[in-house]
Design a protein around this ligand. Structure first.
Ligand code: ZN
Length: 250
């Protein structure tokens, strides 16, 4: 099937479906200049992952936060904007054909592109959360405090340690997000996985859950994935081209 007719076919199915969910991974944000953390030349070549473990956050919050702010600046310091893939998913939701975006990304670019129902499996780097009372706030002012030497930053209400609102190594995924993600996979007639290698839990199991409960699985990714065997439409393509091609045809 040519890419054009595949896009048209997926668009037709989306328009006809009662419920559709998307799952996105690092590949959706690389065109926005955010490196895939795991890839060669990625962030973990420059920073040591062990510095960002939850245990380190607890035992040495000063050191953790100083490195965290440096890493945040290295990843998000540039002019980060949503790309055509984010825009296409935002358009599909606005058009009423996509119900939920479940994302492994922590960059907030889906919301910036107009997606409103976004399930963040790994949190959001633009927020911090109090490890004591759970209160959330914007990250930028907290990062400024760290740069000004106010380490570790503490909650103004309970004096608890502030933590980036992302899933650190050694931390479990947020249960509410995980439940919502599974629910959207079970409810979906069409499950569209985009820019994810689908190799890390729970991204690796959500497509299988969706298919088991009756969904048609569409995968848009540069490479084959471990769920190729159950993928009805495997579109080995650039997400910034294929997702707009689909959205344009809905
Ligand atoms: Zn607090």
């Amino acid at each position: 099937m040519s890419e054009d007719s595949a896009a048209a076919e997926v668009a037709r199915m989306l328009a006809a479906a009662d419920s559709a969910a998307a799952l996105t991974g690092a590949g959706v944000s690389t065109a926005s200049g955010i490196p895939d953390f795991r890839s060669e030349g990625g962030i973990w070549d420059e920073f040591d992952p062990s510095e960002f473990r939850y245990a380190r956050f607890r035992s040495d919050p000063d050191g953790f936060w100083e490195r965290r702010v440096e890493m945040h600046a290295a990843v998000y310091g540039g002019d980060i904007e949503p790309n055509a893939a984010h825009e296409a998913l935002g358009t599909l939701e606005q058009a009423g054909v996509l119900d939920t975006v479940v994302t492994q990304n922590i960059d907030g670019l889906h919301q910036a592109a107009g997606s409103e129902t976004v399930v963040e499996l790994h949190g959001n780097a633009d927020r911090v959360i109090c490890d004591g009372c759970g209160q959330q706030q914007r990250a930028a002012p907290v990062h400024e405090r760290v740069v000004d030497g106010d380490v570790p930053p503490r909650c103004s209400d309970c004096e608890g340690l502030l933590k980036p609102d992302v899933v650190l190594f050694g931390e479990s995924l947020p249960q509410t997000a995980l439940q919502r993600a599974r629910e959207s996979a079970r409810e979906a007639d069409i499950f569209l996985a985009a820019g994810s290698s689908l190799s890390v839990q729970p991204a690796s199991s959500l497509p299988r859950t969706a298919v088991r409960t009756g969904a048609t699985l569409v995968v848009v990714n540069l490479e084959e994935t471990p769920v190729s065997d159950i993928t009805e439409y495997e579109l080995l393509a650039d997400v910034t081209e294929m997702l707009p091609a689909i959205a344009d045809r809905v």
